[in-house]
Design a protein around this ligand. Structure first.
Ligand code: ZN
Length: 172
């Protein structure tokens, strides 16, 4: 099932998400829906808060394994190395982009949809997408990591998006 994307201005994006304590049918279904929604939106990553669910669950489909999406529960960065700067976007911020500094390679731990422990060594694009999605679980958004000068450049677009989101939320 394709879920509705939550946009900037929706308070759920600023909440710290709760850990997944049990991998049950509802969690597996949410994982499948995250993948389906990410694909429908042509995204390379999606975090549960972006579909209005404040749980620590992310889907990633980037890097050399693109086409084989991964879902991770309670992901954590165990190790990070180097820094790179690249342009990023976010499904919750249509038409807004910016250069963001992140670690170049990371080791991520978590659980898969069967509840099995996972440990992944990731580089370049894949490492970047994971860090971006992990931030969502703590209510951190990519605009928080943009340079102040770039935030000024996009401030008009941000204000419009926030206004549109708030108006939509007040109607529903
Ligand atoms: Zn995002």
């Amino acid at each position: 099932m394709i879920l509705e994307i939550r946009y900037y201005g929706d308070p759920v994006l600023r909440k710290k998400a709760l850990s997944v304590t049990e991998v049950d049918e509802a969690i597996r279904e949410l994982g499948e829906n995250l993948i389906e929604t990410m694909r429908a939106e042509n995204g390379i990553g999606l975090a549960a808060p972006q579909v209005g669910v404040s749980l620590r669950l992310i889907a990633v489909d980037a890097g050399p394994d693109r086409g084989k999406p991964l879902v991770l529960l309670n992901p954590e960065v165990a190790d990070a190395e180097g820094t790179t700067v690249m342009e990023e976007g976010c499904l919750s911020f249509p038409e807004i982009f910016g250069k963001i500094e992140r670690a170049g390679s990371i080791t991520v731990t978590g659980r898969d949809l069967e509840g099995k422990p996972v440990r992944l060594r990731l580089e370049s694009m894949e490492a970047r997408v994971f860090q971006h999605e992990l931030d969502h679980l703590d209510g951190v958004l990519f605009i928080d990591r943009m340079s102040p000068s770039h935030k000024i450049v996009i401030s008009g677009k941000l204000k419009k998006l926030r206004k549109r989101t708030r108006e939509k939320l007040s109607r529903s």
